[in-house]
Design a protein around this ligand. Structure first.
Ligand SMILES: *Cc1c(COP(=O)(O)O)cnc(C)c1O
Length: 223
């Protein structure tokens, strides 16, 4: 069996005391693997590619909550707007405006997380602090998106102290934004941090949504 149910249970018991939720990252993996984890009780799945998510949504049970965690292009928002549950990687006002427009067309309000650049690598997407405040200002007039929190990816390194510091930076920023923009509303509560290699640290640093793929589904083979 391709899905590692022992790891699944281990992840669930690790996140449980933190009241965090698991996004099972199923990119590249077949629908049978998603079905196996669904049958074990998992309902939130994360995908990185629009066409792949649309295809899988068509073939799988309707009570799955699909989280888009990849880099989303504005011209593709329309394909996922009818069903997507949360979009994690929003990194521009232009993209947020397009999500708002497509959500309105579908009579929906779509939960979005703003992606912040926290790693010390060049390769990761995301907003810096000034850009983040720009997007938050622009988002005030958008009625069909709900800014539910922040998302970030730590550096790909073995240096735990560095990973922890990056997650902590994001948590501090999250608290500042919650106070300044969402005071009292309680709607800005999500912190999407942590992957297979670093999720225990992310949980200690306030993660509410861990995005875990290879621990559950095995290593990805892109060949
Ligand atoms: C692929 C991916 C994950 C899952 O990574 P693993 O190391 O397999 O757990 C999490 N977040 C994002 C944004 C991803 O692209």
């Amino acid at each position: 069996m391709a899905v590692n149910l022992a790891n699944y249970r281990q992840v669930l018991s690790t996140i449980e005391p933190y009241h965090a939720r698991l996004v099972a990252v199923s990119k590249i993996k077949p629908v049978q693997d998603i079905r196996a984890l669904y049958d074990a009780g998992q309902r939130i799945f994360g995908e990185n590619y629009v066409q792949e998510m649309v295809d899988k949504e068509n073939q799988l049970p309707k009570d799955i909550q699909w989280h888009f965690i990849g880099h989303l292009q504005s011209n593709k928002v329309k394909y996922i707007a009818p069903f997507v549950s949360m979009i994690h990687g929003v990194d521009s006002l232009k993209l947020l405006q397009e999500i708002n427009k497509q959500a309105a067309k579908n009579g929906r309000v779509i939960d979005c997380l703003l992606q912040v650049f926290i790693a010390t690598e060049e390769t990761k997407f995301g907003l810096d602090e000034a850009e983040l405040y720009g997007v938050l200002d622009g988002a005030k007039e958008l009625q069909h998106v709900r800014i539910a929190g922040l998302m970030g990816m730590a550096s790909n390194t073995d240096d735990e102290a560095r990973i922890r510091a990056e997650f902590r930076t994001l948590k501090t920023l999250h608290a500042a934004v919650a106070e300044k923009y969402f005071a009292g509303s309680g709607t800005f509560k999500e912190l999407s941090t942590g992957m297979s290699g670093d999720y225990p640290i992310a949980l200690e640093e306030g993660s509410t949504l861990v995005r875990i793929g290879s621990l559950l589904f095995g290593a990805r083979n892109y060949a």
